[in-house]
Ligand binder design. Sequence first.
Ligand code: NA7
Length: 539
Amino acid sequence: MSAETRHHQVAVIGTGVSGLYQLKRLIDLGVDTLALEADDDLGGTWYRNRYPGARFDSESYTYGYSFSKELLDEWHWKERFSSQPENLRYLNYVADKFDLRRHMRFGARVETLAWDEGERLWHLGLSGGETHTARFVVSGIGVLSVPALPSYEGMDDFAGESFHTYWWPKEPVALEGRRVGVIGTGATGIQVIADIADRVGELTVFQRRPNWSTPLNNSPISETEMAEIRARYDEIFANCAASPGGFEHTPDRRGFWNVSREERIAFWDQLYDRPGFAILSGNFPEIFFDEAANREISEYVAGRIRRRVDDPRLAEKLIPKDHGFGMQRLPLETRYFEAYNRDNVHLVDLSESPIERINEGGIQTRAGHHDLDLIVYATGFDAITGAFDQMQIRGVDGQLLGDKWRDGPSTYLGVLTHGFPNLLMVAGPQSVSGSTNFPRAIERGVDWVTELLEHAFAKGYSRLEAQPDAEREWVEEVVRVQEGLLLRRSKGWFTGYNANVAGHQEGKVRYQAYFAGAPRYREFLEKAAADGYPRIEKG
Ligand code: NA7
């Protein structure tokens, strides 16, 4: 340990939604805690993703923190689905209100984490050479925080501006009159495309596979409506806690086949016009595991797309044929399909004419050259495990976490992993954080981690480690649930697929998230705590 090494009882990595709340809980307990943040300010996802159109797909008032009545009473969400600048303001407001900034270090990228068994301490190495030690480390490093760029030949030769949406600059980017290319049509691409279509000169969308997408149905929230929401907060959070997705939408359990086809269609007509994920989370659960049910809802949504796109051939290109509705993370959109009715918006179907290379002037596909001034890479993330892989994490006997998780993560309840004592993951792999309304799961995760730490402090434990059997059983549960769902075959980030990330290609299914829903996950957490954490070795 060098003379400058500073020690903390707990080090929190990250100051996004998870890190902020984790810090708040530990500070309130009087625990010596430092939060280390790689970026030069707080906010995580909402600090980074500044691209036009970036906003919640969760109702704002279900996304905000629930832990402080005062905060709930003070904050006015201006839109049902709030946009990135406002979301970042909110997180700053929270940090300032609870005086959290003085416990944070910015520009502090943790590159190495090494467990010292003799001292029972984690040694943290920062990119600038600084070192810290901590008895416990809590990671709040994000589920989608490692952007993945493709590796086309000539990307560096492009003379115009180009960046991944995650790295959209803070400074305004000129769009008016420019020729813009967007690669990727996931949730991000769909938000950007719809937002900039009428502001750019020409917009060329490079689509490899289309995604299902349904209307966000955003609207402003007036003072009066906000007052009603405030009065209803207890009910709102109780509804979120009771629903599998962590939203206010609750599945319709009448039984898909007990309802006539006409009634189903009338029901979907209503859901399609409702805000947010209603059409997914408020639908019949059968659509997720019954192929015939999924085929029918997919055909319904395809019909809605056909009604919105003027050119029937173009409409067909925008309708997914390789996966059913809801089998990948559903992007929500605002006039996305109508953007393709504009004369300045062009779709390049990469399944017919793949990108051959990028050059000084633009993008060369097999079918021709596209002259561009700006290339936007909306090409996704090394999701869920990427941020862990980026750090070199060495546990007991120097084992690398990246080696242990080479073919996919393996955890106990998504929070601990055997061989890496005292490392507690908030929104970790194989929790529900990636598969449900993020902050609802994050708050529960932080509370559980905090209670576990309180338990350890009270009992004088300095070492917590998941039992291997407990981990094996949890992985079996995660696999069993995923294998029971149609999405097990999907090529989306939920199941660890990203063609730009080594080892995450087609045919290599990873079990990265728990898909049984928030209430069932909570049962496991609550039972473990109530029983005194019997599957965690304590000493
Ligand atoms: P996603 O959902 O992973 O989408 C990435 C998109 O980029 C998807 O359409 C990909 O096509 C496409 N992609 C990736 N690589 C390439 C290359 N090389 N060429 C062409 N197209 C490519 O990421 P998002 O950022 O949209 O969304 C992530 C989450 O952020 C979202 O779910 C919300 O929770 C917030 P593919 O499907 O692989 O054919």
